[in-house]
Design a binder for this molecule. Sequence first.
Ligand code: HEM
Length: 438
Amino acid sequence: MGAAPGAVPLLGHVPALWRRPLEFLASLPAHGDLVEVRLGPTRAYLAVHPELVRHVLLNPRVFDKGGVFDKARQLLGNSLSVSRGEEHRFQRRLIQPAFHTTRIAAYTTAVAADTRTVTDGWRAGEIRDIGDAMHALLMRVAARTLFSTGLDEDTIEEARQCLRTVSQGIYRRTVAPLGILEKLPTPGRRAYDHANTRLRQIVADMIALRRRSGADHGDLLSTLLRAELPETGEKLDDAQVLDQVVTFLVAGSETTASTLAFVFHLMGTLPEVEQRVHAEVDSALEGRTPVYDDLPALPYTRNVITEALRLYPPSWMAMRVTAEDVELGGRAIPARTMIMYSAYALHHNPELFPDPETFDPGRWEGERAARVPRGALLPFGAGSHKCIGDVLALTETALIVATVAARWRLRPAPGSRLRPEPKATLEAGPLPMVLERR
Ligand code: HEM
C-alpha cells in the first residue's frame, strides 16, 4: 500500500487527475496494490491489483455505488446502472433475459445492412472523422436494436445530438473530476435540460406507440415491455422502461462507437493487422454481409477488438464508496471512503500485460491468452453491476468491423494523430481518416 506522489497543497492530486488523468492513473500501479490519492482534503484509494479490484466489485453491499450515483439517479431515474441492493437485483433479474445470446442474434440481424446503408454514402478519397462516423452509425444500430424500424432518420440524428449533450452533462455532474469540480457553475445547463427532455420524449413516444399497437417486434423494447418475473408476475411499468432505455442509450452508444473508432484507427496505422482482418473477413464471408452466426469464423477480428478494448477501454475509470469500515489490501479504510478502479490503469500495467503500450492482438491467442492474470482485462467491469450489454456491444462491433472491412480501407489523414480524450467515456478525439475502396 502506497501513496501517489505529487500531491499539491489543498487540492492534492485533483490537478493531476484533471489535466492528465490517463497518465496519472497509469503511473499509480508503481506505488502499490492499493494507492492513496488525495482529492482536496479527502483521502480516496485506487485499487490497483486485479484481485483487490475483484474483491471491491464482487462485494457490492460493502463497496456501494453510492455518492456519485445518487446524483446520476436524478438524471437517469432509478435504472439498472444506478439502483442498488434489492432493487438492483429485482431489475437485473427482470432485464437480464432481454440480453440473452439468442435475443442478441435477433436484435443484430440488421446491423450489417445498416452499416452498408451508411457506408454506401461514403465516397472513395473523401476524408471523414471516424469518431463522428461511428457515432452516427452506432446510433442507427442502437435505434434498430431498441425500436426495430420505429425511428426515422431525422429523429435518429436528433436523438444522437441530444444523447451527446446528455452524456457530457451527466459526466460533468457526477464524475468529473471525482465530484470536486461539480460544485463549479456549469455552462450549458439549459442545453442539457433541453436535450434530456427531448431524448426522454422521443423514447416515451416509442413506448406509447408500442403499447398502443401491442405487437411484439422482437426488439429490445418489446422484450422489456413483456419481461416479467416468473414467480410473481412483476413487470416494469412505462416509467421504468423509459429510464432503462435512456440508460441503455447513454451506457451503450458512445462506449461502442469509441471502441469502433479506436479499432479503425489501429487497423489504419498497422498494415499487418489490417491485412489479417481483411484476409479473415474475405475468407469467412465470401462477399456476404455478416450475421451473428458468422462471428465464430472471425477469431482474429475478435482479438483485434479485445486488444483495442484493452489499450483504450471506453469505461476508463469507475468508483465505489465504502458503506462501512472495512479492511482492504491490509489497510483499514473508514466508511464513506471513495475506492476507485480503473480499467485503463489495469490494462496499462506492465506487470499484467508485458509491453502494455504495444497493440498486440496475439495476446488473446491460445497459451498467451491463458497467461493473462484473472481480472486483468476489465473493459466491462465485474460482479453484479457488470455491463449487461457486453455481448451485444461485442456482437455489434464485430459485425460493423467485418462489414466495413470487407469493402473499405481507412487510412489516417496526413498529419492526424491519436489523442484519446478521457471524458464520460474514453473518446478517440478528432481522427480524420481517408476512405479508400478495397
Ligand atoms: C464497448 C461497449 C461498452 C463498454 C466498454 C461498457 C462498459 C461498462 C462497464 C465498465 C460497466 C460497469 C460500470 C461499473 O462498474 O460501475 C457497464 C455497466 C452497464 N452497461 Fe455497459 N458498456 C458497453 C456497452 C453497453 C451497451 C451496448 C449497453 C446496453 C445496450 C450497456 C448497458 C450497461 C448497463 C445498463 C450497465 C449497468 C449494469 C448494472 O449496474 O447492473 N453497456 N458498462
